[in-house]
Design a protein around this ligand. Structure first.
Ligand code: C2E
Ligand code: MG
Ligand code: MG
Ligand code: MG
Length: 279
């Protein structure tokens, strides 16, 4: 039994299995087939404003495996990242988001882009092509990149981020606070928002250092015209503390768990229509 299983989560592909090259190949083949067989699903989680109304939805991928059940991205994205399979999945995600965005009037969709995808020009050409094919506008989408990608960004990666931003995408820095990202990155990176990792949100209630960190971050961000999103808000108290610290947007189980498109669409409809964004 794996360690993760002990924490109440089922690990489908454990490290030992994946260290076996043949086994890894098998999973890669299965994952490639999953794209064609329609086993991938994009679920959506609301991102809300200070009044609690939905202004964006983060697309989070899941693999509905016929035998193993619903598999979390934390399990299969790292496998996909070992090859260009991640490009194929990234394209599937963006196409799905373009097809679904009409179900969420007035809201943006935020998608996660892997650092591996940013290592190739294909990310920019793929996004352009999918926008053209679907008739969607880049301004309807936010691209989330992780802090680790940002801190290790090469000139080529920065150029691709600028190109994506030039197309009209918003760029968000995900999981801020988990890596080595300093406040100076808020000045040097082409980003529109920063998502504070949920470990900080969890600490706000009892850790003064976390409070000061988040407050400082929101003050700097305000000057740089960068929006701050609090991730992993699970309680009313965390919402209040994050808002007090200056966060302007919030995401977490307190507002809603990731859910399939139709359930999310109903949630948006019940929430009313916000100021129109061009989707
Ligand atoms: P992330 O982008 O930081 O996404 C947030 C994760 O936190 C999601 O896990 C979400 O379900 C979870 N979460 C949201 N609110 C709460 C909360 O209040 N409490 C707790 N405990 N967790 C919360 P999920 O869906 O398992 O995704 C895990 C990671 O997998 C994502 O982290 C992202 O890095 C990656 N991922 C997901 N979808 C994609 C994708 O389409 N492409 C790529 N490249 N990576 C993806
Ligand atoms: Mg994310
Ligand atoms: Mg995150
Ligand atoms: Mg995360």
């Amino acid at each position: 039994e794996s360690k993760a299983a002990g924490r109440g989560r089922v690990t489908v592909f454990d490290e030992e299995m994946l260290s076996d090259k043949r086994y890894r190949r098998l999973v890669e083949r299965e994952l490639r087939a999953a794209v064609y067989l329609g086993e991938l699903e994009l679920h959506y989680q609301p991102i809300v404003g200070t009044e609690g109304s939905i202004d964006a939805l983060e697309g989070l991928i899941r693999w509905r495996h016929p035998v193993r059940g619903l598999i979390s991205p934390a399990e299969f994205i790292p496998i996909a990242e070992r090859s260009t399979l991640i490009d194929m999945i990234g394209e599937w995600v963006f196409k799905r988001a373009c097809a679904d965005i009409g179900h969420f009037p007035g809201r943006r969709i935020s998608i996660n882009v892997s650092g591996e995808q940013l290592k190739r020009d294909e990310i920019v050409t793929m996004c352009e092509r999918v926008l053209r094919e679907t008739g969607r506008s880049a301004s309807g989408f936010i691209i989330e990149i992780t802090e680790t990608v940002a801190t290790a960004a090469t000139p080529e990666i920065l150029r691709r981020l600028e190109a994506l931003r030039g197309l009209g995408f918003h760029i968000a820095l995900d999981d801020f606070g988990t890596g080595h990202c300093g406040f100076n990155y808020l000045k040097t990176l082409p980003i529109d928002s920063v998502k504070i990792d949920r470990s900080y949100i969890r600490s706000l209630a009892h850790d003064q250092v976390a409070q000061i960190f988040v407050s400082a971050l929101t003050q700097i961000a305000r000057i740089q015209h960068i929006a701050i999103v609090a991730e992993g808000v699970e309680t009313a108290e965390e919402f209040t503390l994050a808002r007090t610290a200056g966060c302007g947007r919030f995401q977490g189980y307190f507002f809603g768990k990731p859910a399939p498109r139709d359930k999310t669409s109903a949630l948006c409809a019940a929430d009313g229509e916000p100021l129109a964004l061009s989707a």
